[in-house]
Write a protein of this length. Structure first.
Length: 202
């Protein structure tokens, strides 16, 4: 399905860590992710109260899918909310562990539209997915605690392009300019679908 025209002023997107990049005390994994689910729902409710109606999700394991699931739940009582999945390529979920494949498929079944950057994997498609979400959003919802990597690059890109950042990591106030540790290529990065293979199921 083609991506519909969206009002950027009422559209936000989810960008955050894969499961293995979250940090939490030993033995508290389940409690951490349960709290994160609640924080995501609260963030969606806040965005809704401030006029946001469109939410974009990139379909990666971890924060992306959790954000989309939060929108699916929120939509049950707010039918005017729309969830769009902007995906890098058609079979990105094939290497996911079973729990994440199931959550991915359920997410797509409950989305209002799905847009693929490309049908088959090509180098750069994951970066293009992020760009497309950001270019159509005026706010991102993220979980960022200062780690280098893709989420840091997206936050830096958002800062440069004056996109508001709503960070759910309570222990890390985002500096006004984080580009000093992201390098010159703020959002472009190598894409390797083989790395999308982690076992966390929350």
């Amino acid at each position: 399905m083609e991506m519909p025209a969206l009002d950027k002023n009422i559209t936000c997107c989810f960008v955050g860590y894969r499961p293995h990049k979250f940090t939490y005390p030993r033995g508290e994994e389940k409690a951490f992710f349960e709290q994160l689910k609640e924080d995501i729902l609260n963030a969606i409710a806040r965005c809704y109260s401030e006029g946001y109606r469109n939410f974009l999700c990139g379909g990666s394991m971890g924060f992306d899918i959790m954000g989309g699931e939060g929108v699916v739940q929120f939509k049950k009582e707010h039918p005017d909310v729309k969830l769009g999945c902007i995906l890098p390529f058609e079979k990105q979920h094939k290497k996911f562990p079973f729990k994440w494949r199931r959550r991915y498929r359920n997410l797509l079944e409950n989305s209002d539209f799905i847009n693929y950057i490309t049908l088959d994997y090509v180098n750069g498609c994951c970066s293009e997915k992020k760009k497309k979400m950001l270019q159509n959003s005026s706010r991102i919802i993220t979980y960022f605690d200062g780690k280098r990597g893709g989420t840091a690059r997206v936050v830096a890109y958002a800062q440069i392009n004056r996109i508001e950042v709503l960070n759910l990591s309570k222990d890390y106030p985002i500096p006004e300019n984080i580009t000093f540790f992201t390098g010159r290529r703020v959002i472009e990065q190598p894409d390797d679908p083989k790395t999308e293979n982690f076992n966390n199921g929350y």
